[in-house]
Design a protein around this ligand. Structure first.
Ligand code: PLP
Length: 428
């Protein structure tokens, strides 16, 4: 395949946009090479600036769950655009999508719309702090909740308990209020509650992690968090920005049968437009402005184009009872195919999967947390990524990202993907 046009577009972009991209993972830094500039997409396929056709396994990192340029969403946006694109006043559309989202998602009474997953998680934490009167939060190493300061924290030297900033610009003061624990390690969380019994406002977690590859929660882990939160009067925040409306109509709460206090959304809920949201019980949400004192706002929040796209997407998901099962089966087909090729090749590897999320890690150890995910052989991953790309398969350009399948992928697309791996596996 040729990528000359993408190369030259990347050079032009680098002159005026830091690193040539508006979000770092797009720059291919962890796999090397030139990022692909996309021209258009339809269904399961991307068409790039050089005219290459690629089978897409990132689905815009999730939102394109029904395939690219999904007609009902596109039509809804076009129709809405003619009526004006922003008013700074309420519209009936916002109530309509709120009703549908709350009907699909278990345990939640009210929802507030924002413009990104980052904003949703940032606001959820402020709400938890404001409602509980406590200041610390627990997050898990390797979980991503957007780029707001409180989440850009890594394990500090020596102790698991003290966070330190993972990015310049995040203050030590902020880091002190974010406690870290390894994913799937309930003892570490218990230890944090022993140490700070009255200070923890909330635990925030990806109920199925998707930002260190796909890592499902260990049996009983989420239940354990639920019990600790109940015992110590802390809120359990499920960051369902990836899993919401993807693993089931009601997301991970429904699929895994665990109740969160606050849930955040993004990605799928906007149908490909910039939307985030957070939901909770009537009581918790009553703390939020203008009803309560916890401030949160947004000029473009509930934007009519974005709401029209999100509503059309949720309606499509809600009306297809076979969808989530069908997508899980496609993902299982991919899993079995990749598994058989890698097994024959005799390479060390792990495949993690839940629903329509899946990832391949080149390591002999089970991948259950950030540490084991980081064990993967990144040189082999780079060869795998570029080898597959050369065969027309677009995988996430980082070993720390989950694949997101979409419903437009056919069995023959999946079989073609497995055949592509068979072609390149000797070179890995
Ligand atoms: C993508 C993501 C976010 C951030 O959402 P943005 O819309 O990129 O700000 C937060 N949490 C999780 C789990 C995500 O995957």
């Amino acid at each position: 395949m040729q990528y000359q046009r993408s190369s030259s577009l990347f050079k032009e972009a680098q002159a005026v946009i830091p690193g040539g991209v508006n979000s770092p993972v797009r720059a291919f830094k962890s796999v090397g090479g030139t990022p692909i500039f996309v021209e258009r997409a339809k269904g399961a396929y991307l068409y790039d600036a050089d005219g290459n056709k690629l089978i897409d396994y990132i689905s815009s990192w999730g939102p394109m769950i029904l395939g690219h340029a999904f007609t009902p969403v596109i039509d809804a946006v076009k129709q809405r655009a003619d009526k004006g694109t922003s008013f700074g006043m309420p519209t009936a559309l916002e109530t309509e999508i709120a009703n549908l989202a709350l009907e699909m998602v278990p345990n939640m009474d009210k929802i507030r719309f924002v413009n990104s997953g980052t904003e949703a998680c940032m606001s959820a934490v402020r709400l938890a702090r404001g409602a509980s009167g406590k200041e610390k939060i627990i997050k898990f190493a390797g979980c991503y909740h957007g780029h707001s300061d409180a989440f850009l924290i890594q394990a500090g030297s020596g102790a698991i308990t003290f966070g330190s900033p993972s990015s310049p610009g995040v203050t030590k003061g902020t880091a002190q209020d974010t406690l870290l624990a390894p994913y799937n390690n309930i003892e570490a969380v218990e230890q944090l509650f022993q140490e700070y019994p009255d200070e923890i406002a909330a635990i925030i977690i990806e109920p199925v992690a998707g930002n260190m590859g796909c890592i499902p929660p260990a049996e009983g882990f989420l239940d354990g968090l639920r019990k600790l939160c109940d015992q110590f009067g802390s809120y359990l925040i499920f960051d369902e920005v990836m899993t919401g409306f993807r693993l089931a109509k009601g997301g991970a709460q429904e699929l895994l049968g665990v109740k969160a206090d606050i849930v955040t959304f993004g990605k799928v809920i906007g149908g490909g437009l910039p939307v985030g949201a957070f939901a909770a019980s009537e009581e918790i949400m009553s703390h939020l402005a203008p009803e309560g004192p916890v401030y949160q706002a947004g000029t473009l929040s509930g934007n009519p184009l974005a709401m029209a796209a999100g509503l059309a997407m949720l309606q499509a998901l809600n009306s297809d009872d076979a969808l989530f099962d069908r997508m899980a089966k496609k993902t299982e087909r991919l899993h079995k195919g990749l598994d058989s090729v890698l097994k024959d090749a005799g390479l060390p590897y792990q495949i993690n999967r839940l629903g329509s999320m899946i990832s391949v890690h080149f390591t002999e150890v089970a991948v259950t947390n950030f540490e084991s995910a980081a064990h993967g052989d990144n040189d082999r991953f780079k060869k795998y990524f570029h080898g597959m790309l050369e065969q027309g398969i677009y995988l996430p350009p980082s070993a720390f990202e989950s694949y997101f399948l979409n419903d437009a992928l056919s069995n023959s697309d999946i079989d073609q993907t497995v055949e592509a791996l068979a072609v390149i596996v000797k070179k890995l």
